[in-house]
Design a protein around this ligand. Sequence first.
Ligand SMILES: O=C(O)CCC(=O)C(=O)O
Length: 290
Amino acid sequence: MSLNKSDLNFYKKNGYLVKKELIPIKIIKKINNLIKQIIKKEERRNSKITNLGGSFNNTFVYNSNSSKNREILRLNNPTNYNKMFFKLSRNKKIINIVKTLLGGSVRFHHCKLNFKLPSKKGGEVSWHQDWAFYPHTNDDLVTVGVYLEDCNEENGPLQVIPKSHKTKIYNHHNKKKEFVGKICEKINLKSKKSLIGLAGTVTFHHVRTIHGSGLNLKNSKRPLMLFGYCNTDSWPLTSDASINPNEDFEKYNKCIIVGKKTLVPRFEKVPLIIPLPKKSVSIYQLQKSR
Ligand SMILES: O=C(O)CCC(=O)C(=O)O
């Protein structure tokens, strides 16, 4: 499946796109069974943890240190954890669309599987631009969200501000000038849009699109798989959640899904703020900083 012109124009204009039930339910069910096993195994482990899992080298991000209240908020790098997740990140339907959105080439950037816990345990993700976390030489980067369960207004869907990808890079630094991973200035939320859909629905948002998500008012966790992709000529300006070309160029090039490796980054006149200084904690902890 490739993208039709009106979808492409919609994405270019609004900075997001939703493709309803793009992934067959058969695949989604298999993935959900795998996730159940992962969570069960992890919950049986009742040892105390000292680290809530801030860095992308940690497999899990937790909500609490105590073995009693501990729940998983995120599985980092699921594509390294199990082949089924890897296969989903290379799904032809997703990649064909991403290729068109990015202008012809695709390099896998990073991924995470987020579990939004029921609202009494918190779980709001504040407004932010992914671009604030990982600036590149051009902004041909897209984040893809796969709903593994039906997601409606009640269980905390992704929300976006249409057309915000054409505006500036917003300030994600607090008064002390520390990077806090959320927009620290007033923004107009009048046009905000919830991206809802049944299981298998896939969302696409531009790296500069302002987005976040509210509370999950249901009793069960809301799983959301997020994959980031970029054009092969988008060169990272900082070390981020992805493989850094300066550290492992071979591995970096192995992330190319469509296109050829290059040593020639494309520079575009894009607004930038470097996300430093940054604490080595997850987005959940980072956004709690004042
Ligand atoms: O899990 C969510 O609802 C959104 C998370 C998000 O935007 C992110 O992790 O960058």
